[in-house]
Ligand binder design. Structure first.
Ligand SMILES: C[S@@+](CC[C@H](N)C(=O)[O-])C[C@H]1O[C@@H](n2cnc3c(N)ncnc32)[C@H](O)[C@@H]1O
Length: 236
């Protein structure tokens, strides 16, 4: 963790206490900062995540790394029962204040507080990248999902067009931290955001890891030219 006058950010080895402290520091303005930095795209990414899950009324869906519950709330629009879990108490408190009707609880993606096969579907939005053991988290998501249940991972990925990729990477490394300084309660966390996106596996590499963790029929769809990818899979 680096401590600066602005705040703190996790290092790329993603120790859970550092990650939780970093998100505690951005919680107050998390929803607003997201929308500004993504030029409002985050809303359509969340809607696409809900659609990809194919939720039916009465089904149970778990949203891991739910943060302030912004992703969990979107899932509930399907009529499914959606519950969120997160490591950062600061994010959970912010969610309880702004979305009191969304069920949110404390839980680590690597040791989810649920019995085997508890859910019809599981999802993780912009959070898998922050967990220090990606493969163990994917296996833990499989554990709490019933056989035949669905997974959707919504995560930053690799833009497919090389020219766009160059512009995007320059936005990530230069402009995004500057914009974050104007709107976020912990701008330093957005340096980590940029670095962690650059270090993240591309679409095909993530699909292979999902397939190795107990999931079948793995496929993905690019959003915003591959800035974000939705990976879908079915529990073996
Ligand atoms: C960028 S936020 C995403 C929040 C929300 N899903 C969204 O779409 O806006 C990432 C969240 O993942 C959480 N997180 C990171 N590591 C975690 C872990 N091991 N278990 C549970 N949550 C974790 C962080 O606390 C943070 O709230």
């Amino acid at each position: 963790m680096s401590h600066t006058p602005q705040g703190q950010r996790a290092s790329l080895d993603k120790q859970p206490h550092e990650v939780a402290a970093m998100f505690d520091g951005v919680a107050a303005r998390y929803d607003l900062t997201n929308t500004v930095l993504s030029f409002g795209q985050d809303r359509s990414w969340r809607r696409a995540t809900r659609a990809a899950l194919g939720l039916r009324p009465g089904e149970r869906v778990l949203d891991v790394g739910a943060g302030t519950g912004v992703s969990t709330e979107e899932l509930a629009h399907s009529g499914a029962y959606a519950v969120g879990a997160d490591l950062s108490l600061g994010m959970l408190y912010a969610g309880k204040r702004t979305r009191p009707s969304v069920p949110l609880l404390a839980g680590d993606a690597l040791r989810l507080p649920f019995a085997d096969a508890s859910f019809d579907a599981v999802t993780i939005s912009f959070a898998l990248r922050n967990v220090n053991d990606t493969d163990a988290a994917l296996a833990e998501l499989a554990r709490v999902t019933r056989p035949g249940g669905r997974l959707v991972v919504c995560e930053f990925s690799t833009p497919v067009n090389p020219a766009f990729r160059t512009v995007y990477l320059s936005y990530l490394m230069r402009s995004l931290p500057a914009v974050a300084r104007a709107v976020s309660s912990n701008p330093d966390a957005y340096v980590y955001l940029a670095e962690s996106i650059r270090a993240w596996p591309d679409q095909a590499a993530l699909a292979a890891r999902i397939g190795a963790a107990g999931w079948g029929r793995v496929a993905w769809r690019n959003l915003t030219g591959g800035v974000v990818a939705l990976h879908r899979a079915v529990r073996n």
